[in-house]
Design a protein around this ligand. Structure first.
Ligand SMILES: [Zn+2]
Length: 104
């Protein structure tokens, strides 16, 4: 079990984190808005923050943006260990192709 903490795994700001049923967590962050994460993803993101794993941290702004946009539509984003990379890519400001082309 991950440690319950009071910071948002997406942006690091103070947030209200509480466990839900079926190994999910509800994060109520003033910046990212409410978002649900499953336990595995929660652990991945918490670990990445602690160890400063850039490959994961680079995807966090996209997740935060996805949550904000979902909330604006009156819905609640559910992030899982299987959908989070796709969700982040879809909402990152720089398309993956552009980022790749720019690095050469
Ligand atoms: Zn946040």
């Amino acid at each position: 079990m991950p440690q319950y903490q009071d910071s948002c795994p997406l942006c690091g700001r103070n947030a209200d984190v509480r466990p839900l049923e079926r190994e999910r967590f509800l994060v109520r962050c003033p910046f990212c808005r409410p978002v649900i994460l499953d336990e595995r993803l929660f652990e991945v993101l918490t670990n990445a923050r602690r160890r400063n794993i850039a490959a994961v941290l680079d995807l966090l702004p996209g997740l935060s943006l996805a949550s904000q946009r979902t909330c604006e539509r009156g819905e609640l984003l559910i992030l899982t260990s299987t959908n989070w990379v796709r969700v982040s890519m879809a909402h990152s400001q720089m398309p993956a192709e552009t980022a790749r082309a720019g690095s050469f």
